[in-house]
Design a protein around this ligand. Structure first.
Ligand code: GRF
Length: 209
């Protein structure tokens, strides 16, 4: 059997998506290993939970630093950890082109809306104010543009008339926690192709089944 693929998780805050990924691995639902967790903020709760789980948790502060220099340090930490796939989990930084080039189609992000609707910050508030009847979450490959890379999967969540941005965020978050591990599993399986903007699942050959 080949060794489990290595994930690098980047986060800036609460880290509930990181926790969900770690739980999926622990329970055997996702065949992978978290090789490193990196935060750009010392006060990120996700960094503490990574330490409590005994993971390799590293702080690389970004405040006051030139983006390219900070990114180069993060890329080098990921490479040293032998990471196959980088998962942004509430990482509040736009990646520089050099970072994206270092891991072509190997960086994933999760966003709490059905992209391309409501990119950027305050996605839930944007959805409520626009009056959409459904929203959800999107896992996508990362390119140099904010929330714009090819879409891997989306989950739909109804927007209720009683919703405010907090209640909507909580229901979308439940789906995020399912979607991210599913998307990682799919990407690690290699059974897909990126055709322009479209991520297309490859049919498994009869022998492989
Ligand atoms: C999530 O809503 C995610 O979609 C967005 O940032 C939030 C991070 O939450 N990119 P958490 O830190 O994973 O709890």
């Amino acid at each position: 059997m080949s060794p489990p693929k290595k994930l690098g998780i980047l986060l800036s805050g609460r880290g509930s998506n990181f926790e969900a990924i770690a739980d999926s691995i622990q329970s055997g639902r996702l065949a992978a290993e978290i090789a490193i967790v990196i935060s750009n903020r010392a006060d990120a709760a996700g960094l503490d939970s990574a330490r409590r789980r005994g993971l390799n948790a590293v702080l690389i502060p970004s405040k006051g630093r030139v983006r390219e220099e900070h990114d180069a340090e993060v890329v080098s930490a990921l490479q040293q950890a032998g990471v196959d796939l980088v998962c942004l989990a509430g990482y509040m930084r736009l990646l520089s082109p050099a970072f994206v080039r270092a891991f072509p189609h190997r960086i994933l992000n999760i966003h709490p809306s059905l992209l391309p609707a409501f990119a950027g910050v305050d996605a839930h508030k944007q959805a409520i104010e626009y009056g959409v009847k459904v929203s959800g979450c999107t896992v996508h490959f990362v390119d140099e543009h904010l929330d714009q890379g090819p879409i891997i999967l989306q989950k739909i969540v109804p927007v209720l008339e009683s919703d405010d941005d907090h209640s909507l965020a909580a229901r979308i978050l439940e789906q995020e926690h399912i979607a991210y591990s599913e998307a990682i599993g799919m990407v690690l399986s290699g059974e897909y192709e990126v055709q322009g903007r479209r991520v297309v699942r490859r049919q498994r050959s009869v022998e492989a089944r």
